[in-house]
Design a protein around this ligand. Structure first.
Ligand code: ZN
Length: 484
């Protein structure tokens, strides 16, 4: 809580926080106006844009509390998007002293609290209301400085930002104090800050299988056996969230239930994900509550056989309620039935890659399968990086995270590859119980609106704008669109 409160003090406190952490970036800025292109936008980014709009508006409202404003604005986001008002689109081009563009530099814009990372071409684009902004461009190994940016009219701007090379022997990362020497006027090409230990709880949704409609009971058992095999070998605790409707296929019920039994026999936990994967935001509270109850009988029976109780719930689509009243009533209902809500702080998009992977596998196109897996692992790595930076930005540190995954063919075949990516980033694996001991999960959360993760929800509650999410590869988007 204290860390959250301190964040409101703006650029100065953020900069000093970063200095305290020993990873001070540097900078020198110079601004010139020029013409700008609207950046390409991912189709699925609409919600994200809505969130941003909501956060922005919340910042500007003095009457309502930021939380109330954010909740309200999240609902009105479509209208807000139509009316950008006095917004200006700004593109930053970040260059080093040699004039080369700099990718992966952190750029923060105060007081609106936008935090972005430059793309491969050294640019970041964002929209802001007219006004004067402090610009903080950060990159470890470079000395920090800042300058104002005046956005005076609604025409597009392109701003060039020059980086000045920082001091030598700066301590980076703030953990083990590995000194990095940066003397020459050239960017370090390889930079590996010492890594903090990270913890994550692994959760799988949509049991007994993400592709339950396409697979038969035998295939579903085999899929779960492969996934559980990886979890056992790597000694990773996990919880699976079940949609019981997927058990009821004529002649396959026993085999499908067996998949769930395997989870419990191996010492893993199961939770409820509603009977038929319904959205609280769509079906209304009463129908949703009935669907939650309908999702319990088999789970309760299986858990009782293993001397366990049904205690975790995961919202389908992460839809936690279209408005705050509904959310609060749904929360009270869940709690009255003994549930703890399973939050999500990391989403690596496996549910977007899984259908493309399954399609390639079904066609026997091994080359395509491999391409999908490679793209998924790259995207997962980016998504982890995103969640780590976003965490620090919103709550001041990386909490014990909760990752959303799915019981899919992709994960059954390649979860071990994903864990390798995570271990490289210094993650170790903990139970959901342990993750939820992190005080982050007690932070105020007054978010209502489109389904999204808890980092977004905390940010919106504070009236802050979530940064741009990593973009799905365009070819994956195209394949997905073709499959729908
Ligand atoms: Zn689901």
């Amino acid at each position: 809580m204290q860390q959250v409160g301190q964040r409101g003090q703006g650029a100065t406190s953020q900069t000093s926080a970063r200095q305290n952490a020993g990873e001070t970036p540097a900078l020198q800025t110079r601004t010139t106006a020029a013409a700008l292109k609207t950046p390409p936008r991912r189709a699925g980014a609409a919600l994200h844009e809505n969130l941003k709009t909501a956060a922005q508006e919340a910042n500007q409202q003095s009457q309502a509390t930021p939380m109330q404003a954010a909740g309200q604005q999240a609902q009105n986001a479509t209208a807000e998007e139509r009316d950008q008002g006095q917004q200006a689109k700004v593109t930053l081009v970040v260059r080093d002293q040699s004039g080369a563009t700099v990718s992966n530099a952190d750029v923060e814009i105060e007081p609106v609290g936008i935090s972005l990372r430059t793309n491969g071409d050294g640019t970041v684009s964002f929209g802001v209301p007219l006004g004067r902004y402090d610009l903080i461009v950060g990159r470890p190994g470079f000395e920090a400085a800042k300058e104002h940016v005046d956005v005076r009219d609604t025409t597009a701007h392109t701003l060039n930002v020059a980086l000045r090379i920082g001091v030598a022997d700066r301590v980076i990362g703030g953990v083990s104090g590995t000194p990095v020497s940066v003397g020459a006027a050239k960017l370090p090409t390889e930079f590996h800050p010492p890594m903090v230990p990270r913890k994550v709880a692994v959760t799988f949704d949509d049991l007994p299988a993400f592709e339950s409609g396409a697979l038969n009971g035998t295939q579903i058992d085999a899929q779960n056996e492969r996934l559980l095999g990886t979890l056992r070998r790597e000694k990773i605790p996990a919880i699976g969230f079940v949609n019981e409707v997927k058990l009821y296929q004529w002649g396959q019920v026993d085999e499908r239930i067996k998949a769930l039994q395997m989870w419990l026999d191996d010492g893993f936990e199961l939770g409820n994900h509603t009977y038929s994967h319904v959205s609280l935001n769509k079906v209304g509270l009463q129908a949703w509550e009935e669907n939650v109850v309908e999702g319990e009988p088999v789970l309760k029976l299986l858990l009782a056989q293993h001397h366990m109780t049904l205690r975790y719930f995961r919202h389908p689509f992460l839809d936690t309620g279209p408005d705050l009243l509904t959310r609060r009533e749904a929360d009270a209902f869940l709690s009255s039935r003994g549930y703890t809500v399973a939050p999500v702080t990391i989403d690596v998009g496996d549910w977007e890659f899984a259908p493309v992977y399954y399609d390639a596998k079904r066609k026997g196109d091994t080359a395509e399968e491999n391409r999908v897996v490679d793209a998924f692992l790259d995207y997962a790595n980016e998504s982890l990086d995103y969640a780590e930076r976003f965490s620090k930005q919103i709550i001041g540190y990386e909490p014990m995270q909760v990752i959303l995954l799915h019981d899919s063919q992709l994960e059954a075949d390649h979860f071990a590859d994903l864990t390798a990516v995570m271990r490289k980033r210094n993650y170790s694996f903990i139970t959901l119980d342990e993750a939820l001991e992190d005080s982050a999960y007690n932070l105020p959360n007054n978010y209502a609106g489109g389904g999204t993760g808890w980092l977004d929800q905390w940010a919106i509650t504070e009236g802050k704008m979530p940064p741009n999410e990593p973009q799905l590869p365009a070819w994956i988007e195209q394949r997905l669109a073709a499959l729908h």
